[in-house]
Write a protein that binds this ligand. Structure first.
Ligand SMILES: C[S@@+](CC[C@H](N)C(=O)[O-])C[C@H]1O[C@@H](n2cnc3c(N)ncnc32)[C@H](O)[C@@H]1O
Length: 179
């Protein structure tokens, strides 16, 4: 009789690796895979946007929550993170609780394209160019004049850049370009 045990064993060996890869990268289909911004870049993004204590900072696709936690703990802003991956969402919730940031940081489980962004003073993102293109229309409809948008690495196609550093770019929505 044909012996399947070899196949079963190699399947069981590769399954955990496959699950890890899928859980890290499936979100490439909806905006970006998980690749955290370095801590240095997070602080540079905060400085580029001049985040202040009365700001509400949104991170679109908040990953492990580092941007919203740094915004709250180091820059004393309020912060909202939106994340579509359930494991990363739960991890963020855990960190927000462990670091006693529940009063100032809110994590939303959902799709950034379906959330209202109108209360943001600052928007941070590290997303693929296709997602940035889609977001531009949403920004123009929802964001208040003067909302600062910082994108790590990738550029928005038509928003006019105000400043940049080695990694990120700052945009002002509804500035003269903006409409
Ligand atoms: C490149 S990572 C950036 C994580 C974090 N913002 C940072 O800079 O460290 C992109 C994150 O966005 C999330 N994401 C991608 N598309 C999304 C969508 N449509 N809605 C919500 N989250 C999304 C991914 O799950 C991933 O955690």
């Amino acid at each position: 009789m044909f012996d399947f045990s070899g196949y079963v064993q190699s399947y069981l060996n590769t399954l955990p690796l496959l699950l890890i890869v899928v859980s890290l990268y499936w979100t490439v289909m909806v905006g970006a895979p998980w690749l955290p911004s370095s801590m240095k870049t997070v602080h540079q993004m905060m400085k580029l946007a001049e985040v202040k204590p009365d700001d509400v900072v949104y991170d679109l696709g908040c990953g492990d929550g580092r941007i919203v936690l740094i915004a709250s703990m180091c820059y004393h802003a309020r912060a909202v993170g939106i994340e579509i991956d359930p494991l990363r969402y739960l991890w963020c919730q855990l960190l927000v609780t462990i670091f006693f940031q529940r009063k100032r940081v809110r994590i939303i489980f959902g799709n950034i394209f379906k959330q209202d962004l109108g209360k943001a003073d600052v928007i941070m993102c590290y997303l693929m160019p296709g997602a940035l293109q889609k977001l531009e229309t949403k920004f123009k409809q929802e964001l208040r004049p003067g909302t600062r948008v910082v994108s790590n690495k990738f550029a928005f196609p038509t928003l006019i850049k105000i400043r940049e550093d080695e990694n990120s770019r700052l945009y002002l929505v509804h500035s003269d370009d903006g409409k």
